[in-house]
Design a protein around this ligand. Structure first.
Ligand SMILES: Nc1ncnc2c1ncn2[C@@H]1O[C@H](COP(=O)(O)OP(=O)(O)OP(=O)(O)O)[C@@H](O)[C@H]1O
Ligand SMILES: [Mg+2]
Length: 419
């Protein structure tokens, strides 16, 4: 039996891994220098066939190296795209190949850190990979399991991400508390209601302590898309017209280029030809011409990266200006918090409904919650904080270690399950 087990939080935006040994408390593995998380991003360089991971992948792409950049690959699990695959530097590959490469990189780093070939893993999973699609959901987990097997894990278990986050926070609890975990990451919002306590930590089976889990496939990626369509795409011709009949330009491309996991699919001759022919008759040639440039130069990831940075700046500031230097004719985009909040309003409502559904599934009242655990990067957004905190106005708040708590909690679970 292996002496070390691990927990992997394969996140839509960031991934983390923690290891558990018999005799010590689980610890998070530094994956990039001292950083405890790595961006879930990969870059296949065209000229050299080199593969870069995490921040290095982002850097190579942003610096303009030729090749294929991918982010938010988790969102593809359970979808038809898994079978269709994609072209990487003129070679057709399936997405499980891409995901295996990324996971293998994480395995190598954690094995090196633990000085052992780790074979036991608890993988985090959202409560729903896909909404209202039990078959796609089961398929997503199976795909992730096969990918984990292919990189060398032998014993593979799964745990809901919000439950894992609760385990990480449980170490600080003295008595017994009823907690609601709200984990809003890049791809999904996941909610759990669970009994936590010092005496409960060593129980091998925690099923009785988990009262309810709910989730929706909404996260920071969707907020990026909302902000892109609201404040950025108007500068690229969304809502403009073409021809003497003032026909509206098709809107699907703007959506497609604002969705992290979909951008690469839009880079094709069909779209380029269509945009080119509309451009000839466009009534707003300067704006619509920028869309043509995004497709031709394949710079939509760079744009969406700037949208995401703007979104994060709006967490601390009321308004912000960003200069889009990568465009042939650089220009500035002004955004403000009010517009951002308007753009995410409907998605935040859906997340709040999922929180209410969790309370009702647990057959409790919201006032029964002693502790609110906020985790996942998107819970930084003030508009979201305001809504969730005011809903649980009686509860204490715990929100440390937002990016690594799921990974750490998975290692607590791995210890329980394997050691
Ligand atoms: N200060 C901030 N303000 C707003 N959003 C933020 C902030 N910091 C991070 N985010 C967003 O949080 C998301 C990443 O959070 P996190 O790392 O928890 O997600 P993940 O675990 O990769 O995703 P998931 O759990 O959904 O698979 C991104 O969409 C990022 O833009
Ligand atoms: Mg997460």
């Amino acid at each position: 039996m292996s002496k070390v087990s691990c927990g992997i939080d394969f996140g839509t935006t960031n991934s983390a891994v923690s290891i558990a040994k018999h005799s010590s408390t689980p610890e998070v593995v530094p994956l990039e220098g001292n950083n405890l998380t790595i961006p879930t991003a990969i870059f296949f360089e065209e000229d050299t066939n080199n593969v870069f991971y995490g921040s290095n992948a982002l850097k190579n792409y942003i610096d303009g190296s030729r090749g294929r950049f991918m982010r938010s690959m988790k969102r593809i699990l359970g979808s038809n795209l898994m079978n269709v695959g994609t072209k990487i530097n003129n070679k057709s590959v399936k997405f499980d190949f891409v995901l295996s490469k990324f996971l293998k990189n994480i395995k190598e780093k954690s094995d090196q850190y633990a000085k052992e070939n780790i074979e036991n893993v608890v993988l985090g999973r959202p409560v729903h990979f896909r909404d209202n699609d039990p078959q796609g959901d089961a398929q997503a987990q199976e795909e992730l399991k096969n990918i984990a097997k292919s990189v060398g894990y032998k014993n593979i278990e799964f745990q809901y991400e919000p439950i894992a986050a609760a385990f990480a926070h449980e170490t600080k609890i003295l008595g017994e508390e009823l907690a609601c975990v709200v984990d809003i990451g890049g791809g999904t919002s996941d909610i759990s209601i669970i009994k936590l306590g010092q005496k409960l930590q060593n129980k091998t089976n925690r099923t009785d302590d988990i009262l309810a889990n709910t989730g929706v496939r909404i996260g920071g990626n969707d907020f990026d898309k909302n902000l892109s369509l609201k404040s950025f795409m108007p500068h690229f011709g969304i809502g403009t017209t073409y021809g003497s009949k003032n026909l509206p330009v098709p809107s699907y491309l703007f959506s497609g280029l604002s969705e992290w996991s979909n951008i690469n699919n839009e880079y094709n001759y069909k779209n380029l030809n269509m945009v080119n022919s509309i451009l000839q008759q466009s009534n707003s040639k300067e704006l619509y011409g920028r869309l043509y440039e995004l497709l031709e130069k394949e710079t939509a990831h760079t744009l969406l990266n700037m949208v995401e940075i703007t979104k994060m700046e709006l967490t601390d500031k009321e308004d912000t200006v960003v200069l889009l230097k990568f465009m042939d004719n650089p220009f500035s985009v002004i955004s403000n918090r009010k517009d951002f909040e308007d753009s995410i309003h409907q998605n935040v409502n859906k997340i709040c409904l999922s929180v209410k559904e969790c309370i009702s599934m647990a057959k409790i009242k919201k006032e029964d919650i002693d502790l609110l655990i906020l985790t996942g990067g998107s819970t930084e957004i003030p508009y979201i904080q305001k809504h969730i905190k005011s809903y649980f106005s009686n509860a204490k708040l715990s929100q440390e270690n937002k990016l690594a708590s799921v990974g750490l909690g998975l290692a607590f679970d791995a210890k329980r399950k394997f050691l």
